[in-house]
Design a protein around this ligand. Sequence first.
Ligand SMILES: CC(C)(COP(=O)(O)OP(=O)(O)OC[C@H]1O[C@@H](n2cnc3c(N)ncnc32)[C@H](O)[C@@H]1OP(=O)(O)O)[C@@H](O)C(=O)NCCC(=O)NCCS
Length: 254
Amino acid sequence: MWHSLRSGIQSRRKRTKNIAPSIPASAAPETQHAALTIASHTVPSTFNPPHQTQHGHVTTPDFYVHPSSIVDPGAKIGKGTKIWHFCHIGPEAVIGERCSLGQNVYVGKAKIGNGVKIQNNVSVYDEVEIEDEVFCGPSMVFTNVYNPRAAIPRKDQYRKTLVKKGATIGANATIVCGVTLGEYCFIGAGAVVNRDVKPYALMLGVPARQAGWMSQSGERIPLSISGSGEYLCKKTTRRYILEGENLTSSKIQS
Ligand SMILES: CC(C)(COP(=O)(O)OP(=O)(O)OC[C@H]1O[C@@H](n2cnc3c(N)ncnc32)[C@H](O)[C@@H]1OP(=O)(O)O)[C@@H](O)C(=O)NCCC(=O)NCCS
């Protein structure tokens, strides 16, 4: 399925080379994004339908949008990003390069870095910021109002959520707004996170508690939660150093 769809896209790309015009360079401003820079393309107001092929697939040389999805004019989408079925990308969304957005993903006024994977049924609401190479598992939940009431508008009280580089959020986890998930932290399936998470921390349960440490390659690091110690990962040639309650990592020089 994946393979045939991919080759379908590629062959359509070849077929429609002259039908789907590229977005002009003037519509591709550099967008500053916290710790990263996204060279993204602003979707022009004429995006839909002129960039669609006769089958409705949006195939620009820069990114792919399945015809069942809606991308509002003004959205910025980076090169190589794929937006699959039944997604809605709002006009103020900023999405980086090489991202994959699975089925039924919504992106509001949010920033998404490069190489981010968002699995099915995830809403990235206003005031959520996701750095590079973050994995958002299926049906995980972001929030942006801390204490919602239907009768009381709280659009001016959104709390920011920041997900730092390389973090993983497991399936069905919930992130209560206002927190920062540290670099390469790992949120287990079904966890409810309501506090900041340290880099490399493995968080499990409801509410989420630290159960250990997770390496950049997603494997358990055999160090206690606090104290001092060192772990060398031979596979990735990284050194992890525990000092007090924090873990840091660096590449081993060869
Ligand atoms: C956290 C995870 C990676 C397992 O890590 P692990 O180091 O192999 O952990 P273990 O399976 O050895 O479990 C260690 C303990 O944590 C518990 N545990 C593991 N995952 C848990 C979770 N998500 N929530 C609560 N407890 C969990 C285990 O029951 C075990 O408890 P015990 O010591 O009392 O028996 C895995 O459970 C997980 O949540 N993966 C995310 C999967 C996912 O969402 N994928 C999305 C893409 S499809």
